[in-house]
Write a protein of this length. Structure first.
Lengths: 147, 390
């Protein structure tokens, strides 16, 4: 289990095959050991707020980035985003939505709930890998997080 | 001079004038197609015209003296004209009826009469009533038929629109769901190649490449299907669009991503159109993309764009000197996934023209094409002007 200081990216994705592809992309850019995976909305919230399965974890400035799918079991992506933004501790955490949907109403609602970026999951391996790597590198390395 | 001698103001003269006037009136009343009948306060027929004779299908002399209410009783079984509500009864009671529909049975046939009736007082003590009846049976039947047809057409149009909307929604959701496993297949095949490619011989690698090509084709198909589905879902936001600059912009953009091609655009002045700018952009983009694609074997590719306009509509024309198509299959041109050329001749999934057709049809316009194998193709589309948009 990586210590709290090292985890920069929380990847919330229910499809294990897609998780594997994403982790491969992160590995190529030396980001893999800074990634934690949550398989559904409930686990994501547990992790972010240090409760349930992740009791004891301190909610706070980490992770530096949440990559969030919209279609999730138990608690869906928009609900997770809403709760994130509602809590003072996580209100400023950068969130990128990475999802298959390109529906305008999903995009609008996401931005209204305070998402930082909305990316439509590409269908091809190359494009998906590049997108994941670009996101990770930008938000976890290049971007200055909120202090 | 006695009163019996002819001269202005004398009795014979007045009598003659009277007779002439009466004769004229008889002729006029006889020529009128509406049935006119004059009754006393009991409803007994005192006079009627030839049209009434025909309506009642009885000799004139037989009708005189008959009671109108007995001649035309209420239609058996009908709520209309029963007793107190019988038009004759109402008029005799002093009511004026204005063109009410009166279902009757006359001479053994069911009719609908449009009835006008009013009490008349010629002299203080002598009351009467006059009725004007028009047989509107056929007219009412025709009107009902028209209404039935209208309703039927409206229903069919609604059903058709509903079916297309369902198809679009289905295409949209299925395409989205297909994306998920497609990413997995594409991803794992690539990972297989990267991680185990060195353990595969040429045949094994070919198998992998074949899978990869297929997933790429599937990706394109899904993207095109999504484009097609998307086209019908947004409501149209029409405004005046500068079509000429749309063609110019989109052509420049398309040429920017194909720097190796030398294509000349010959464009005359184009009239503006009343259309949704984004949708029109898609039409222009698809037609130009096709023209550029199908002129690839030409050394000197030329695309000629022209347009004309009348008050009712605008018509635009895109002509290329490319490989053309066989007119025998022209009716398939605008179908979804219909292709008239092999993938080697021209890449593409065959959705572009289906999108053009859908967009133009939604605007109330038409799209059609002509071509000749080896000699190029011409595409026209029309857009109705603002005043003509239903």
């Amino acid at each position: 289990m990586t210590s709290n200081e090292e985890v920069d990216i929380l990847l919330v994705e229910d499809n294990p095959a897609h998780v594997e592809i994403a982790m491969r992309a992160f590995r190529k850019h030396n980001l893999a050991n800074r990634v934690t995976v949550a398989e559904d909305g409930e686990e994501a919230l547990d992790y972010l707020f240090g409760r349930g399965a992740h009791e004891g974890r301190e909610a706070g400035r980490r992770p530096r980035l949440v990559i969030l799918d919209l279609k999730l079991p138990k608690v869906d992506g928009l609900e997770v985003l809403k709760e994130l933004r509602a809590d003072e501790r996580t209100r400023l955490t950068p969130v990128v939505i990475l999802t298959t949907s390109s529906e305008e109403r999903d995009i609008v609602e996401s931005y209204q709930l305070g998402v930082n970026s909305f990316v439509v999951k590409p269908m091809s391996f190359e494009a998906f890998t590049k997108a994941v790597a670009d996101l990770g590198l930008y938000w976890a390395v290049l971007n200055r997080p909120p202090p | 001079m006695t009163a019996l001698e002819a001269g202005p103001g004398s009795s014979p003269e007045l009598l003659r004038q009277l007779r002439t006037t009466l004769a004229k009136l008889e002729i006029v009343l006889g020529a009128i197609r509406d049935a006119i009948v004059w009754t006393d306060t009991q409803g007994r027929i005192q006079w009627c015209n030839a049209a009434f004779d025909r309506l009642a299908a009885r000799p004139h002399v037989e009708l005189l003296g008959m009671n109108l209410a007995e001649l035309i009783p209420e239609r058996s079984g009908g709520a209309e004209g029963r007793g107190e509500r019988h038009p004759v009864t109402r008029v005799l009671r002093g009511e004026t009826l204005g063109d009410v529909d009166w279902p009757v049975e006359l001479a053994g046939r069911r009719r609908i009469l449009e009835a006008f009736g009013t009490p008349v007082a010629i002299r203080q003590d002598e009351g009467s009533a006059i009725f004007v009846l028009r047989d509107v049976t056929e007219t009412r039947k025709a009107q009902e038929e028209i209404e039935r047809l209208h309703a039927s057409v409206a229903r069919h149009a609604e059903e058709l629109e509903e079916a297309v909307r369902e198809l679009e929604t289905f295409s949209y959701s299925v395409s989205h769901d297909l994306k998920v496993p497609l990413l997995t297949i594409s991803g794992f095949v690539q990972m297989l190649r990267e991680d185990f490619g060195d353990r595969l011989d040429a045949t094994g690698l070919r198998y992998i490449d074949t899978i990869t090509d297929s997933t790429e084709q599937m990706t394109r198909l899904i993207e095109d299907l999504l484009d097609f589905a998307r086209v019908g879902r947004r409501p149209l936001e029409r405004q005046r669009v500068d079509v000429e600059s749309r063609f110019r912009e989109i052509f420049d953009e398309l040429m920017r991503v194909s720097p190796d091609r030398a294509v000349r655009l010959e464009m005359a002045r184009l009239p503006g159109a009343w259309a949704d700018p984004d949708m029109l952009g898609l039409v222009v983009s698809n037609l130009l993309t096709n023209a550029i694609k199908f002129t690839s074997p030409r050394e000197r590719a030329v695309i000629a764009v022209s347009g004309s306009g009348s008050e009712g509509e605008r018509v635009y024309c895109v002509r290329d000197n490319g490989m053309g198509f066989d007119m025998r299959y022209a009716h398939k041109l605008f179908g979804v996934f219909q292709r008239l050329h092999s993938v080697q001749e021209a890449p593409g999934t065959g959705v572009g023209l289906a999108i053009v057709h859908r967009i133009v049809t939604r605007h109330g316009g038409r799209v059609w094409a002509e071509g000749r194998v080896g000699e190029g193709a011409t595409f026209w589309f029309s857009l109705p002007e603002e005043a003509n948009v239903r």
